[in-house]
Design a protein around this ligand. Structure first.
Ligand code: NAD
Length: 441
């Protein structure tokens, strides 16, 4: 079993560290955030992921897992150091590699034995080569360092499961030594491993993520056309899904993709293409469609209503998808400011994301409108004039047309996730608009 250090305890780093410990490796997770480290040592995950706390407690108690801000002690005698720090988007769409550079420098200055440095973060093609050179340039001890690419494909909300049951592990290496070591680290997971060179591994990550983003934008584009020609996008998707070449996943139309990956990774690949004198037209289209899609329902509602001023607006769901507390690039962040600007009095419900959202929009008056955070859907809907559904949490899906009808003053629903049946809404007499389906007006 290996002695592993993981830099960064976000969604990627922490889940990697915990699952490495779960299969028997000895893992130290490093973060610069002392509060996070304290919390993790007490057995509590700083991020919301099903099953993560339990695995953290189990492996910490077993002595296979620890957390620290002292990177030196964690890195100096590690067999492998995984980098899971952020690579956020910069204004021009490129990835910010400063966190990667900081860790690379720390690694170079601390390691005292031969070490495999594994970049898990999503980085532009060619970054691993640069990290290799960078570490070599700053190395203090006379040791061998090899950099490998091992992009991560987990989905937030099911991160632990996705890691333990990944469809494939991609490893990108430039030497047999690095390949063998990484294969051995992953051997206990018993998962298919695809071994390629570093640049291909880096590209596989972007090509995969951007293909999924493209699929979503394609279905949203088709949905918008469905509305115009009287087709139903869910029926269309069902019909398409039987074709194995298309597949049945990621065919749901909605108010666009969010999260920390698809928006950033589409822009990053577009940037990489431009840097190389190439125009990636398909990805540019996916980005454009998504930008418009996020406020498609708001625009629809604005046409239907004279004003939002003084209206009680229920917002169901704030996070970018269910199962996570992550708000990065969530459609709620595009729509709530527009609603507030127009004077809406928002009653927002989200089972885990409200506290975080309140950091951007504190409870009470906000510009021309106001926002109140409530603890269940009933409170959000009570006496409401309009309702927007942004996240398909289970408790939001469980709302019946009768509840909308009985709880709201004027039941007018804008469903960004197509979670209710058009026929049911029609039968109960609730005015209902969704994406790519017939309106009930
Ligand atoms: P995150 O922002 O949630 O976490 C990054 C962590 O790194 C933070 O806790 C931060 O404090 C810590 N950090 C910063 N500098 C550090 C340093 N010098 N040493 C140690 N820790 C440091 O990030 P994330 O969502 O886990 O994403 C990490 C990378 O993985 C990104 O490149 C992202 O694109 C990629 N990725 C993310 C997902 C996802 O679903 N979130 C999926 C696949 C790939």
């Amino acid at each position: 079993m290996y002695k592993i250090a993981v830099a960064g305890t976000g969604y990627v780093g922490l889940v990697a560290g915990v699952t490495f410990a779960e299969v028997g490796h000895h893992v130290t997770c490093v973060d610069i955030d002392e509060e996070k480290v304290k919390l993790m040592k007490s057995g509590v995950s700083p991020i919301y992921e099903v099953g993560l706390d339990e695995l953290m407690q189990k492996n910490y108690a077993a002595g296979r897992l620890d957390y620290t801000t002292d990177y030196e002690s964690a890195y100096k005698d590690a067999d492998a150091i995984f980098l899971g720090v952020g690579t956020p988007e910069q204004a021009d769409g490129s990835a910010n590699l400063s966190y990667i550079a900081t860790v690379a420098r720390q690694v170079a200055e601390t390691i005292e034995k031969d070490c495999l440095v594994v970049v898990k973060s999503t980085v532009p093609v060619g970054t691993n080569d640069k990290v290799q050179q960078f570490i070599q340039d700053f190395l203090i001890h006379d040791v061998k360092v090899e950099v490998a690419s091992n992009p991560e494909f987990l989905s937030q909300g099911s991160a632990v499961h996705d890691t333990m049951h990944a469809a494939r592990i991609i490893i990108g290496t430039e030497s047999k030594w690095a390949e063998d070591r990484l294969m051995e680290i992953y051997e206990p997971f018993q998962l298919p491993i695809v071994s390629v060179n570093r640049r291909s591994a880096e590209m596989i990550k972007y090509a995969s993520n951007d293909f999924l983003a493209l699929k979503i934008s394609y279905m949203n584009d088709i949905a918008n056309l469905c509305e115009l020609v009287g087709a139903d996008v869910q029926d269309v998707a069902r019909g398409m899904s039987f074709d194995e070449r298309i597949g049945s996943k990621f065919l749901n139309a909605g108010i666009g993709f969010g999260g920390s990956c698809f928006p950033k990774d589409t822009k990053a690949l577009d940037y990489i293409a431009r840097q190389n004198g190439y125009e990636l037209k398909t990805i540019k289209a996916a980005i454009d469609v998504n930008k418009d899609q996020k406020t498609a329902l708001y625009k629809k509602a604005s046409k239907r209503l004279i004003t939002f001023s003084g209206l009680k607006v229920a917002v169901l769901g704030l996070t970018f998808k269910p199962g996570t507390d992550d708000l990065r690039e969530a459609p709620s962040l595009d729509n709530v400011p527009l609603l507030l600007e127009q004077g809406a009095d928002i009653y927002a419900y989200d089972p885990v994301g409200a506290e975080h959202f309140a950091k951007f929009y504190p409870e009470g008056r906000n510009g021309n409108g106001s926002i109140t955070y409530v603890s269940n859907v009933e409170q959000a809907l009570k006496d409401g004039n309009v309702c927007f559904v942004f996240t398909e949490w289970g408790e939001v899906k469980a709302v019946t047309p009768e509840m909308y009808k009985n709880l709201m003053r004027t039941p007018l629903i804008y469903d960004g996730r197509n979670i209710y049946s058009v026929d049911d809404m029609k039968e109960v007499g609730v005015e209902y608009y969704s994406i790519g389906r017939q309106a009930v007006s």
